[in-house]
Design a protein around this ligand. Sequence first.
Ligand code: SAM
Length: 247
Amino acid sequence: MISSKVFGVFRCKFSTGRALWGSKPRNLKGKKTSSQEWIKRQLSDPYVKRARTENYRCRSAFKLLEIDDKYRLLQPGGVVIDCGAAPGSWTQVAVERVLSSAQSENETDKLKGLVIGIDLNHMTPIEGAFILHQSDFTALQTQEKIVKILGGRPVDLVLSDMAPRASGQKFMDHELIVELCFSVLRFGVTVLRPGGHLLCKLWQGGEQRKLESAMQSVFESVKVVKPDSSRSDSAEIFLLGRNLRGC
Ligand SMILES: C[S@@+](CC[C@H](N)C(=O)[O-])C[C@H]1O[C@@H](n2cnc3c(N)ncnc32)[C@H](O)[C@@H]1O
């Protein structure tokens, strides 16, 4: 067993913090909505309410739940890397679905499951997950830490909900998020098992095609996914690469 202290990582025991408000949204033109509009929208958003009642740290949980209900990416006993994990709702969902005994009768599957969450920001621990917080996913050092935690285990699913700090310059923000996706893809192909999957978020724009074709060259199928819980006025979409081709 690797000591979590060695990596400055914690195998989390308690989940307390919640950030149900999420980040201030951008509309399709890349402009921020006014604070008042944003608060009004948050208060009337059914997913914000559900996140509160169902104990998720933010409404984003429902995007992954919806995608997973359709594509069955999270399996009991699975190994999952969650890039851009804070405040933690995707990690919560991944832990529930790969570590939950309710999902699997098999205790061994439950023990085998592994979820690693990485974020630039501070993140409150989540029971059952390894969290590398205050860590830049794109840094080699961080990726080496992930590889050590994996201890040679192949990965079933790489997730990225990473988003750069939005400048409001639509093209620049699009380029930055696509760069993050490419770094997830480059790393993903080195750790995913053949047949593994990758889901990454981006804001639509001109570079999307390049990313899609890079994914098509390594995955058997690549789909653009927009769950109902992703706001229709948001430029956000997800690219899902399924079944990594073997060498
Ligand atoms: C939309 S939030 C993720 C929400 C998360 N999926 C959840 O459900 O709680 C985007 C996150 O990406 C993180 N991020 C952006 N660039 C990053 C990077 N280079 N390395 C790690 N995290 C990054 C941000 O700090 C932010 O917390």
